[in-house]
Design a protein around this ligand. Structure first.
Ligand code: 0WK
Ligand code: 0WK
Ligand code: BGC
Ligand code: BGC
Length: 943
C-alpha cells in the first residue's frame, strides 16, 4: 500500500520541473556557502597538520615540500627536454627559454609530441612504464634531430604524490587516478627514469628536476604573471600547490623565504574529515576505484570520476523509476560508460540537452525530454559540487597565504590546467564566482596554462641548473680553503723546517726569539706586581697580587699608526690612569710588560721591536728597545715611576699564567687578533743565542752553547763557562713568531687569491703570511674578499656589489663567530648581514655561513698543523715515544669562535698522534704571566 502512495506522490511531482526532483534526489550534493566555508576551514586545519612536524605523519593532506624556492624571476634561460607524465596525455617536449632573444623576444618556445600510453602499462611493472617513457624520449630526440651525443638537460613533470629530498629526487608515496604500477612505490622516480634512459641508451640526458604538475603549472603561469603563486589542476586528478613560508615547513631546514608546497589535496577526507559530505554515490565510485579509501576529495571532484558519479546517480534514479520510466540498460550499468567529457557535453550551453539525448541514446536508453533535462541537471549538480569543492579548497589555500602575510586583502593569481577546467563550459566561471564570493577582499585572477605544464617544469630545471652551477662555482671557491691530510702534513713539515732554521739563524721567516724565561712558575712566586699588556686590540693594566685588578684601554687607530712617541705616551697615560685609580701612583711597582709583537731580546727586561704586526705601524719603533721607549714615556710624564723588570711576549705570558695552574704547561699559544706560539725549547738547541749579556754563549768553533756558573742574569765578566749541553734539561722559552711562516713564499700552494688580496691591502704586505691565514685580524677580511668575488660573479646577493661589501675591514672576525654558531638560525645570520647592509636571500645566508666556516676551519687546521710540528719536536728532542703536554691558550678567536678550538684540537691529534696535548684557556690573560716572570726575575735579583 505504502509503495502505491509513494509512486502516486512521485508521479504528481513528475509533472513538475524535472530538475526539482533531481535537486531533491541530490540535495546532499548541493553545497551551500556555509557548508563550503566549513569544508574550507576543515581543509585549512588539514594544511596546518600536514606542515607541522608533530602531526604530518598522520596527516591525510601530505603538504609535500617541493624545493622550488621561488616563482620565475626572469633569470631562467636554456634549452630543455621535458617529459609530462600523469595527466590524460603523456607528452615529450623541447622547451627553449629565452634562448634566442631575437626570434622569441625573451619568451619560451615549445615543440611537443604526445605519445600513446598503452593500457597495460597503467597497471604493469614500473620498469616497463619507464622503458616506454625513455623510448618515447629517444624517438622524440631522433625526430627533432637533437644529437644523441649532446647532453640534454631534462625537466620531468610527474603528476603523482612524491616526497622530494631535492629537486632531482622524488620518492613515490602512492599511485592514484588510473595508475597502479608495480615496483615503484617508496622508490626514487628520478633514479628509475635515469636507469630506463641508460637501458634505452644512445642518449645523454641530465635529469635536472622533477616536479608535480601543479608546481609546473604555477611556474608556467608565473612566467608572465609575477603574482602567480598558486598552481591548480582540475583534470584527470585534482590538486593544488602554493608558495608557503619556509618557516612553517617543519620538514625543511631554513626559516626565511618561501617554498612551493604540493598540497596533494586529493587525499582530503581520507581520514574521514569529509564523511558528512560523502554520498553513497561517492562510496560506490571509491569502492570501484583502483585505490579504495584513498583520494576521497579527488573522487568527488576530478575528471576521472565525475562521469562515473553521474552514471551512478542516473542508474539509481532509473532503478527508482525516476528516469526512463524505470528502464535500465546494460550500458547504463557499465562502469565508465558516461565520461567526464559527456558531463561537459551535457552542460554545454547551446547543445547541452541535444548532447544529453545523444549520450543517453548511446547508452541504449530512450530518454524523454524531461529525462534529458533531469540527467543534464544531474551533470550540473555533480560538476557544480566539484567546482564548489575546489573553490572551498582554494579559499583555504588563499586564506592561508593571506594569514601568512598578515594581509587583509590579497592580490594573487592562480595558474590552472586540466581537462575539466579547460573543456567543461561552465566550470571556470562557477569556480571563479564562488571563490570571489567567499573571499570578497581578495583580488584573485585565474590564468589558464595554455601550453601545459612543461614550460613551468623547464623553468624549474633552469633554476635547478642555475643553482647547480652556482653551487659548483661556490664549492670551487670553498675548495680552495680545504686542507686535506697531505696539505696539512706539508704545513707541519714546513713549520718544523722553519722552527729548526729559526733556532740556528736570525735571518729566517720564523724568528724563534729567545725570551730569557728559563722555567715555568714553581709556585714560589710572591709579591705585588704591575702587569702591562699591549695586545692586538687593546692595552690592559693590571695589578697582580693575591687578587688581580685590571683596567682595559683601547688603542685608537691613529695611535696604532702614529708615532712611537705618541704610542708610548698613550700607554704611559693609561698606566698613570690605572695607578691613580688604584691609588698607587706614589709606589714604584715592579712591572712585567707583555708586548705582543716580535722583539729581539737580549735579556729579560730589554727587547728591540723586530717589526710591527697586526694593525700596528707606529713610526720610530722598529729596531728600538720598547722597554726603553716605555721608560722614556714615563719619564716624560714624570708623575709616576715603574720598575719594568720583564718584557714578555703575550704567548710567553699566557704560557706562564697557565703553567701556574698546570705545571705540564710548556707551550703558550695566541689565537686572537694575531697568531703566535712559544714553547720551552732545549737550551742546547738555541744555537743562535746572543752571548753578549746572557749567562750563555756559543763556542764559535764547536758552536756548542756554554753556560756561566754565575747565578745572575746580567751576564757579568770573569766567570767559568760549562758546556750547557751537558747541563741537560736546561730550557728556555722561545717565542716562535710563527706568524712569519710563508714570508719566503713556502705557503704559495696554500695561499688563495683571496689571501693574496688581503695581504696586498694590509699594512705589511708580504709579511706575516701564516698569521694572515690564521688570525682574527684577517679572517673577516678573507671572508669579505670571497663574498666580494662570489657577488661579482653573480653567485651571491643577486650579483649586487654594495659599497659595504667593498669596504675593507667591514666584515669583522667576530661576525664569523656569530654566523657560525650552530645555535643561530639562518634568519639571525640574515639579520647580521643586514646590519652590514648586505641584503640577501636565505640561500645567500647559507653560502655566507659556508664561506665563514671554510675560512675559520682552515685557520684552525693551519694552527693545528703548526702546533703538531712544535709538540712533535719537543717529543723528539726529549727522546720520548709519547709526550703529554699542556698548551696555555688565549685570544678571542680561540675563546669565542664556536668551532676553532675543536678543529684545532682534532688537527693536532691527527698530525701529532704521539702527543697528548691538553689545551688550557688562560683565565687572566698573559698579564698574570708577565707578573709571574717579574716575580721570578726579582727573586733572582734578591738572591
Ligand atoms: C596538462 C599538464 C599536465 C597535467 C595535466 C592535468 O601539462 O602536466 O598533468 O594538464 O590535466 P589532465 O590532463 O589530467 O586533464
Ligand atoms: C689576552 C692576553 C693578551 C693577548 C690577547 C690576544 O692577555 O696578552 O695579546 O689575549 O688576544 P686578542 O686580544 O688579540 O684576541
Ligand atoms: C595527484 C597529484 C596531481 C593531480 C593532478 C592527483 O591524483 O596525486 O599529484 O597533481 O592528480 O594531476
Ligand atoms: C705578534 C706576536 C703575538 C701575536 C699574538 C703577532 O702578530 O707578532 O708577537 O704573539 O700576534 O698577539
Amino acid at each position: 500500500m505504502l509503495a502505491v502512495h509513494l509512486v502516486a506522490f512521485f508521479f504528481s511531482k513528475l509533472q513538475e520541473d524535472p530538475t526539482k526532483k533531481v535537486d531533491r534526489f541530490l540535495h546532499a550534493m548541493r553545497l551551500q556557502d556555509e557548508q563550503l566555508v566549513d569544508i574550507s576551514s576543515r581543509f585549512l586545519a588539514e594544511m596546518k597538520k600536514g606542515l607541522s612536524a608533530e602531526s604530518l605523519a598522520a596527516a591525510a593532506v601530505k603538504m609535500l615540500p617541493t624545493h622550488v624556492r621561488s616563482t620565475p624571476d626572469g633569470s631562467e634561460k636554456g634549452q630543455f627536454v621535458a617529459l609530462d607524465l600523469g595527466g590524460s596525455k603523456f607528452k615529450v617536449l623541447r622547451v627553449k627559454v629565452r634562448e634566442d632573444e631575437e626570434t622569441n623576444k625573451g619568451g619560451v618556445e615549445m615543440e611537443e609530441k604526445t605519445y600513446p600510453m598503452p593500457k597495460e602499462l597503467y597497471e604493469g611493472r614500473a620498469v616497463e612504464l619507464f622503458d616506454h617513457v625513455s623510448e618515447s624520449l629517444k624517438d622524440f630526440l631522433h625526430e627533432k634531430n637533437m644529437s644523441p651525443e649532446k647532453k640534454h638537460p631534462l625537466a620531468f613533470t610527474f603528476s603523482f604524490p612524491c616526497e622530494h629530498p631535492g629537486l632531482d629526487q622524488g620518492l613515490l608515496l602512492s599511485w592514484c587516478k588510473n595508475y597502479k604500477v608495480r615496483g615503484l612505490q617508496g622508490k626514487d622516480v628520478v633514479q628509475f627514469l635515469r636507469q630506463a634512459i641508460d637501458r634505452t641508451g644512445d642518449m645523454d640526458i641530465d635529469v635536472l628536476a622533477m616536479v608535480n604538475d601543479t608546481v609546473a603549472t604555477m611556474m608556467t603561469c608565473g612566467f608572465d604573471d609575477q603574482f602567480c603563486e598558486v598552481g591548480l589542476i582540475i583534470g584527470t586528478g585534482t590538486n593544488a600547490c602554493y608558495m608557503e613560508e619556509l618557516r612553517h615547513i617543519d620538514l625543511v631546514q631554513g626559516d626565511e623565504g618561501r617554498m612551493c608546497v604540493n598540497t596533494e589535496w586529493g587525499a582530503f577526507g581520507d581520514d574521514g574529515a569529509l564523511d558528512d559530505f560523502i554520498t553513497d554515490f561517492d562510496r560506490d565510485v571509491d569502492a570501484a576505484s583502483l585505490n579504495p579509501g584513498k583520494q576521497i576529495f579527488e573522487k568527488m571532484v576530478s575528471g576521472l570520476y565525475l562521469g562515473e558519479l553521474v552514471r551512478l546517480v542516473v542508474l539509481k534514479m532509473a532503478k527508482l523509476g525516476l528516469l526512463f520510466d524505470g528502464h535500465v540498460s546494460d550500458a547504463l550499468r557499465t562502469k565508465g560508460k558516461i565520461t567526464t567529457g559527456d558531463v561537459a557535453a551535457m552542460e554545454e550551453y547551446r547543445n547541452g540537452l541535444k548532447n544529453t539525448k545523444e549520450i543517453l541514446t548511446r547508452l541504449h536508453l530512450t530518454p524523454s525530454p524531461d529525462d534529458c533535462v533531469a540527467v543534464q541537471h544531474v551533470s550540473t549538480i555533480v560538476s557544480f559540487r566539484s567546482s564548489n569543492l575546489v573553490a572551498a579548497g582554494l579559499v583555504a589555500v588563499l586564506t592561508r597565504i593571506r594569514q601568512n602575510r598578515n594581509l587583509r586583502g590579497l592580490r594573487i593569481t592562480v595558474g590552472v590546467d586540466g581537462t575539466v577546467y579547460k573543456t567543461h563550459p561552465q566550470y571556470p566561471k562557477r569556480l571563479h564566482k564562488v571563490v570571489r564570493r567567499l573571499l570578497p577582499d581578495c583580488q584573485v585572477r585565474f590564468v589558464l596554462s595554455e601550453s601545459g605544464s612543461s614550460k613551468g617544469a623547464a623553468l624549474v630545471a633552469a633554476v635547478a641548473q642555475r643553482l647547480i652551477s652556482q653551487r659548483r662555482k661556490v664549492d670551487e671557491a670553498l675548495s680552495l680553503f680545504t686542507l686535506n691530510q697531505e696539505k696539512l702534513q706539508l704545513v707541519k713539515s714546513r713549520m718544523r723546517e722553519g722552527l729548526e732554521a729559526g733556532l740556528k739563524s736570525k735571518d729566517c721567516t720564523i724568528k724563534m726569539l729567545p725570551s730569557f724565561v728559563y722555567h715555568t712558575p714553581n709556585g714560589t712566586e710572591r709579591g705585588k706586581y704591575l702587569a702591562l699588556d699591549l695586545g692586538g686590540t687593546n692595552f690592559r693594566a693590571m695589578l697582580v697580587r693575591s687578587r688581580l685588578y685590571h683596567k682595559i684601554y683601547t688603542i685608537p687607530l691613529e695611535i696604532m699608526q702614529g708615532t712611537g712617541e705618541e704610542l708610548f705616551d698613550h700607554l704611559a697615560q693609561c698606566v698613570c690612569d690605572f695607578l691613580d685609580y688604584m691609588g698607587l701612583k706614589k709606589v714604584r711597582l715592579p712591572a712585567g710588560f707583555t708586548f705582543s709583537f716580535p722583539c729581539q731580546q737580549s735579556d729579560i727586561d730589554t727587547g728591540t721591536l723586530v717589526s710591527w704586526t697586526k694593525g700596528f705601524k707606529a713610526t720610530d719603533c722598529e729596531g728600538e728597545d720598547v722597554v726603553s721607549m716605555l721608560r722614556e714615556a714615563i719619564k716624560r710624564r714624570n708623575d709616576f715611576d715603574l720598575d719594568i723588570v720583564a718584557l714578555v711576549n703575550d704567548t710567553v705570558g699566557t704560557m706562564m699564567s697557565c703553567a701556574y695552574e698546570d705545571p705540564k704547561c710548556e707551550v703558550g699559544m695566541i689565537a686572537g687578533t694575531g697568531s703566535n706560539l712559544c714553547y720551552m725549547e732545549e737550551l742546547r738547541n738555541i744555537k743562535k743565542l746572543d752571548q753578549s749579556n746572557s749567562i750563555l754563549k756559543t763556542n764559535k768553533q764547536t758552536s756548542e752553547v756554554l753556560i756561566s756558573d754565575k747565578k745572575d742574569l746580567s751576564g757579568s765578566a770573569g766567570c767559568v763557562w760549562h758546556k750547557a749541553a751537558v747541563k741537560s734539561g736546561l730550557k728556555m722559552c722561545v717565542n716562535t713568531e710563527w706568524g712569519g711562516l710563508g714570508n719566503d713564499r713556502c705557503l704559495e700552494d696554500i695561499i688563495t687569491p683571496y689571501d693574496a688580496e688581503v695581504d696586498i691591502h694590509s699594512v705589511n704586505p708580504g709579511k706575516q703570511r701564516f698569521e694572515k691565514l690564521t688570525s682574527g685580524m684577517y679572517l673577516g677580511e678573507i671572508v669579505r674578499q670571497v663574498l666580494l668575488d662570489l657577488t661579482r660573479r653573480g653567485l651571491l646577493f643577486k650579483g649586487h656589489v654594495t659599497e659595504t661589501l667593498k669596504t675593507p675591514g667591514i666584515f669583522e672576525t667576530k661576525y664569523l663567530s656569530q654566523i657560525e654558531s650552530d645555535r643561530l638560525a639562518l634568519l639571525q645570520v640574515r639579520s647580521i648581514l643586514q646590519q652590514l647592509g648586505l641584503h640577501g636571500t636565505c640561500d645567500d645566508s647559507i653560502i655566507v655561513k659556508e664561506v665563514c666556516g671554510a675560512v675559520s676551519r682552515r685557520a684552525a687546521q693551519m694552527c693545528g698543523a703548526g702546533m703538531a710540528a712544535v709538540v712533535d719536536k719537543i717529543r723528539e728532542d726529549r727522546g720520548l715515544d709519547r709526550l703529554s703536554i699542556t698548551v696555555g691558550v688565549d685570544g678571542a678567536l680561540y675563546k669565542l669562535h664556536p668551532h676553532f678550538s675543536q678543529v684545532l684540537k682534532e688537527t693536532v691529534g691527527l698530525m701529532a698522534p704521539q702527543c697528548d696535548v691538553t689545551f688550557l684557556p688562560s683565565e687572566e690573560g698573559s698579564g698574570k704571566g708577565a707578573a709571574l716572570i717579574a716575580a721570578v726575575v726579582q727573586q733572582k735579583q734578591e738572591m
